[in-house]
Every structure is written in structure tokens, then in C-alpha cells.
Design a protein around this ligand. Structure first.
Ligand code: SAM
Length: 202
């Protein structure tokens, strides 16, 4: 799916509030991370990552949409932040040389067709004993993307299916739970949704 033209209006109140909740959940689940590096894959304008720059030594924000990265560059400059590094990359097409202590991906995985291949890639990009966090839509009926006609991704995921993929990719200590209930509106129709948090260790 194309995110072109969406960056300038991305930071809505609902996304800002949800991102704070997600960032707090990452901190709660990962624990002490002051000396750790973290990768946010599919970061958009960095709403989650900028909440974490005081909690991690180094924050890498990666996205395949240049306009999202442009907004991040502006935020870094305006707020004089020295430990956040934006990277324009699509890991389904390109490799990454750097490894990370923690990787999280929030609501990007449902846009990537080959889930198993992507999660295996995350495994390879983690340092030994590293942690992967997945924040994703619980399985839904397609309503969430009904306003995006060209959407060809996943209508959320069954948590059991995600746990199985994590296990098959080599992760251990796998846990997942629903932690967020939200609602979006499209053409005056209320669309409730929920997010789960899955975690595994390399
Ligand atoms: C729904 S937004 C999620 C943004 C943010 N993580 C959040 O939770 O609010 C999905 C983001 O993933 C990015 N994305 C989609 N496919 C991608 C890919 N193959 N590689 C990197 N980024 C991708 C999009 O550009 C977009 O910024």
C-alpha cells in the first residue's frame, strides 16, 4: 500500500495518544533498556519512537516512505535530538548491515505480504538475546481498511498464528495479549478494533 501524501497530516490526536500507550507498553514489556539500541520498523513519522528516545541509547526509525522520514528529520532538528536516526529502507527488498538489541514494529506487518519471511529477517537483525515486539491488529473482518480501496495486506492476525510464526523463526519466551481497544470512524460508521502485543526473545 502507498503511504505517499499522508505524512504531513499523519500526527492526529488519536495517533499521538495511541503511540504514547504503545511506547509505554514497549517499556513495560522490554524492561531496562538504557544501554540498548532499538529499531522501529514501519515508523511513519516516529510518534512511538520519539517517546522512547530517553529510554534507549539509540533509536533507529526505519520506513519505506520518504515523506514520513522527512517529517522525522524536521522533528529531530526542531527538538535537537541526538540519538534518533532515520533510515529510508524497505527490508522486503533491501538488507540492513546493523544489528539491534530490540526491534519493534507497530501496525506495519499487516501491510507486508510474507509475514514469516519478515519475522525471520527481524530474527537475523537482532543481537544475541535480543527482543522482538510486534504490535498488530487482532484479526478483523476487513472493516479497518475499508477506506483504503487499494489495501492488499492482512486483515489483522490471529495471535496463535503469530505465536506460531515467532516459534518457527527461532524465538523463545513468546507471549501475546490484547492490550488496546480503539475505534475509528469512516463515513459516520464506527469501526472498533483492538491491538495485541506479541513478544519473543532470540
Ligand atoms: C499503518 S502505518 C503504522 C505507523 C506506526 N508504526 C504506528 O503504529 O502508528 C504503516 C507504516 O509502515 C510503513 N511501511 C509499509 N510497508 C513497509 C515496508 N515494506 N517497509 C518499511 N515500511 C513500510 C508505511 O510507510 C507506514 O509508515
Amino acid at each position: 500500500m502507498d503511504f505517499k501524501g499522508r505524512a504531513q497530516n499523519w500526527d492526529s490526536d488519536a495517533r499521538i495518544q495511541r503511540s504514547e500507550i504503545i511506547a509505554n507498553k514497549i517499556c513495560e514489556m522490554v524492561g531496562n533498556s538504557k544501554d540498548s539500541s532499538v529499531l522501529d520498523y514501519g515508523c511513519a513519522t516516529g510518534l512511538i519512537g520519539f517517546n522512547l528516545c530517553d529510554k534507549f541509547r539509540k533509536v533507529t526509525l526505519m520506513d519505506s516512505e520518504k515523506e514520513m522520514l522527512d517529517v522525522i528529520h524536521e522533528k529531530i532538528e526542531t527538538n535537537k535530538i541526538s540519538n534518533v536516526f532515520p533510515v529510508l529502507k524497505d527490508l522486503t527488498k533491501e538488507d540492513c548491515e546493523e544489528k539491534f538489541d530490540v526491534i519493534y514494529t507497530s501496525m506495519a506487518l499487516h501491510h507486508i505480504i510474507d509475514t514469516q519471511k519478515m519475522i525471520k529477517k527481524f530474527y537475523d537483525l537482532l543481537n544475541e538475546n535480543g527482543t522482538l515486539c510486534i504490535i498488530e491488529l487482532d484479526k478483523e473482518d476487513g472493516s479497518f481498511h475499508m477506506n483504503e480501496k487499494q489495501f492488499n495486506g492482512h486483515n489483522g492476525f490471529e495471535q496463535k498464528y503469530m505465536q506460531e510464526i515467532l516459534k518457527n523463526s527461532g524465538f523463545s519466551n513468546i507471549k501475546s495479549e490484547t492490550f488496546f481497544h480503539g475505534e475509528k470512524t469512516y463515513q459516520e460508521k464506527r469501526i472498533p478494533y483492538s491491538l495485541f502485543f506479541a513478544i519473543g526473545n532470540k
